[in-house]
Design a protein around this ligand. Structure first.
Ligand SMILES: Cc1cc2nc3c(=O)[nH]c(=O)nc-3n(C[C@H](O)[C@H](O)[C@H](O)COP(=O)(O)OP(=O)(O)OC[C@H]3O[C@@H](n4cnc5c(N)ncnc54)[C@H](O)[C@@H]3O)c2cc1C
Ligand code: FES
Length: 275
């Protein structure tokens, strides 16, 4: 078992400023953060720990994938996050106004191991798990990967869960929408759609992010078909830096039975994880 590795970008802790905070639906918003330094070499799949600065609660930052880099005259001057309100921390962030200070730690974790020489890639997202995959797709296409051969499978319970991928449709990338209640795209599970299309167009690699059950099902599909699959795992996190042990996952490797999602991931070879 091997986990993708990347050169480590220096991790910085800084006070960033909210550039914009735009709601897409009542529960999902995009927030732009102006950073003084540190994100020019951030990799798709890396994440940040964020909390409003100067507030007592939440005490701990919350982890969010980098959704895109903010550029000014070609220079990276910030990052954008795509966030779904889940509880107290995300609720507080959703209310921040332009100019508000936030405590920002990152970039953290390894990021996706991108293979630009593949012929075809499937990107599989469940709900808000689309955030790192949008950054990944944009990186791949900017690196010369043909947009038509980079297909996004985007699943959720209903149409409300399928937010945040408009930029990819505009870039000519095929987007397969699937909802369990049939309110958008095909009806059913996103993993069924992957299996269906895979018989017609076999991908060289799968990159995925979403709920644990979806990643587990996809890992099984990829392993049976012999297709390499990288999954970005979302667990509870306290520190984001390997200290608090709140993010461990069980592996299938008896030599290393546990891995930290924050430092060994969040992107891992799907065969490594005991789903
Ligand atoms: C590496 C990583 C990247 C992530 N990227 C994004 C992203 O781009 N956009 C986004 O909206 N969310 C993302 N998440 C999930 C996000 O961190 C949680 O939704 C957030 O921490 C919840 O904080 P809260 O205070 O609002 O909720 P809490 O009050 O702490 O919890 C509310 C509910 O959310 C659940 N929850 C808490 N933390 C997580 C978690 N890490 N994963 C799943 N469920 C959780 C709790 O069990 C509880 O049911 C990511 C998580 C990780 C680990
Ligand atoms: S989040 Fe603290 S060890 Fe991973």
């Amino acid at each position: 078992f091997t986990a993708p590795t990347h050169p480590t970008n220096p991790i910085t802790r800084q006070t960033a400023t909210v550039l914009w905070n735009r709601s897409i639906t009542p529960a999902v918003f995009r927030i732009g953060l102006s950073c003084q330094t540190g994100y020019a070499h951030a990799i798709a799949g890396q994440f940040v720990m964020v909390r409003p600065a100067g507030q007592v609660t939440p005490l701990l930052g919350r982890p969010f994938s980098i959704y895109s880099l903010v550029r000014n005259s070609g220079e990276v001057t910030g990052i954008e996050l795509l966030i779904k309100v889940a509880g107290k921390g995300t609720g507080r962030l959703s209310g921040l106004k332009e100019g508000a200070p936030v405590s920002l730690l990152g970039p953290l974790g390894n990021g996706f191991d991108i293979h630009l020489n593949d012929d075809r890639a499937f990107l599989v997202a469940g709900g808000i798990g689309v955030a790192p995959l949008v950054f990944l797709a944009e990186t791949m296409i900017a690196g010369g990967f043909p947009a038509r051969q980079c297909e996004l499978f985007f699943g959720g319970r209903s149409a409300d869960d399928l937010q945040g991928c408009d930029r990819l449709s505009r870039m000519d990338m095929p987007v397969h929408r699937v909802t369990e209640d049939g309110s958008a795209g095909k009806t059913g599970r996103v993993t069924s759609r992957v299996t269906e299309i895979m018989t017609v167009r076999r991908p060289d690699r799968i990159y995925a992010c979403g709920p644990w059950a979806m990643l587990g099902a996809l890992a099984g599909i990829a392993e049976s078909a012999g297709i390499p699959c990288q999954v970005s795992v979302e667990t509870m996190m306290g520190c984001g830096m390997g200290v608090c042990l709140s993010c461990v996952v069980h592996t299938r490797d008896p030599a290393v039975p546990y891995r930290h999602v924050c430092t060994d991931g969040p992107v891992m070879d799907s065969r490594l994880i005991q789903f």
